[in-house]
Design a protein around this ligand. Sequence first.
Ligand code: NAD
Ligand code: ZN
Ligand code: ZN
Length: 389
Amino acid sequence: MKANCWYGKNDLRVEQVSDPEILNPRDAIIKITSTAICGSDLHLYDGFIPAMEKGDILGHEFMGEVVDVGHAVKNLKIGDRVVVPFPISCGACFFCRKHQYSLCENSNPNAVMAEKLWGHSPAGIFGYSHLVGGYAGGQAEYARVPFADVGPLKIANGFSDEQVLFLSDIFPTAYMAAEACDIQAGDTVAVWGCGPVGQLTIKSAYLLGAERVIAIDRVPERLRMAREQGGAHTLDYEEVDVYDALMNMTGGRGPDACIDAVGMEAHGHGIQYAYDHAKQAAMLETDRPIVLREAIMACRNGGTVSVPGVYGGFVDKFPIGSVMNRSLTIKTGQTHVHRYMQPLLEKVRNGEIDPSFIVTHQMRLEDAPAGYEMFKHKNDECIKVVLKP
Ligand code: NAD
Ligand code: ZN
Ligand code: ZN
């Protein structure tokens, strides 16, 4: 089959690789119909996440048709149409029973490597670093899905792929980020980043009852989408001082909640990254974690800073004094996608939201490297790329 493979920083190749096979009775094989490029993939493309290996198949946002199932998978049959959540979760361990699926204890075969960098190991993730299992991803014609009796969500006809594909990651991610803010009537929520995650975070904050959302970016068409589709007030961080503007808009008190939907690519960061293969240890440093710091500093006393944006290792100049003295709450995490898939599908079904509005480009799998370049540089008004294997 064909697959989009990682070969290093800014080096992706669509290659012929062997087809996946059932390795475990709880596996399924999915023939992929749609697979998206995520901001998290850009962190791999930029070389910010350690423990990638040449030839790794990328992609963690995918859906398609079941073409084979292991004998222990009783809930799926050949021909079913499914969306696959990006964390790989057994459904039965200590964390899965708490519905903290991205912390599953049974899906990361490289747990020891993760423990060295992070202290403990999270769940496995498709198409990501070997810190989280090194599983082959879904930017391919087929993928093997472990624990297929737990993760994949069956989708009835009547929805386009683009309406349901983002249940695999970014719609639940946006929703969990907004839900973490415990939004009350009258609240103002500020969202840094108007990428795909930011756009769906704006929608989710309103769905959860925010009075006003203020969205921050510099890319004109992303700011426009935030205003026109999301109903947000927008700030261009290249034109205004974000902190001052937010204070002006909130009577000097600050937003009730601040959401960092940018992560490591924050424009203006001086990220330095080094990975010591001998020690299997990684260092990721930036002296200017602009968005994270801005979100903390701007947040009103007693408010919540929610961080769906991905960070890989260490950031310096983290203002813990501001967090402590002003009783802030910080919430973050890889998303517990399984928890949100069915309830958010209901919101798509009943017309509360149609997440497909973010899709600006559909491309062939063969064109994945060009798609990454375009998405990274925000060329051609690109907001979200969906690949069609
Ligand atoms: P994206 O790169 O398309 O969006 C990031 C946006 O931030 C861009 O529009 C960029 O212009 C903007 N930006 C850059 N610097 C900024 C600054 N200083 N202030 C304000 N805006 C700034 O990516 P995306 O797909 O929307 O993903 C966003 C983040 O969410 C990434 O870090 C990604 O890894 C993360 N993510 C996390 C999870 C999770 O489970 N927690 C899941 C999916 C994605
Ligand atoms: Zn993603
Ligand atoms: Zn588990």
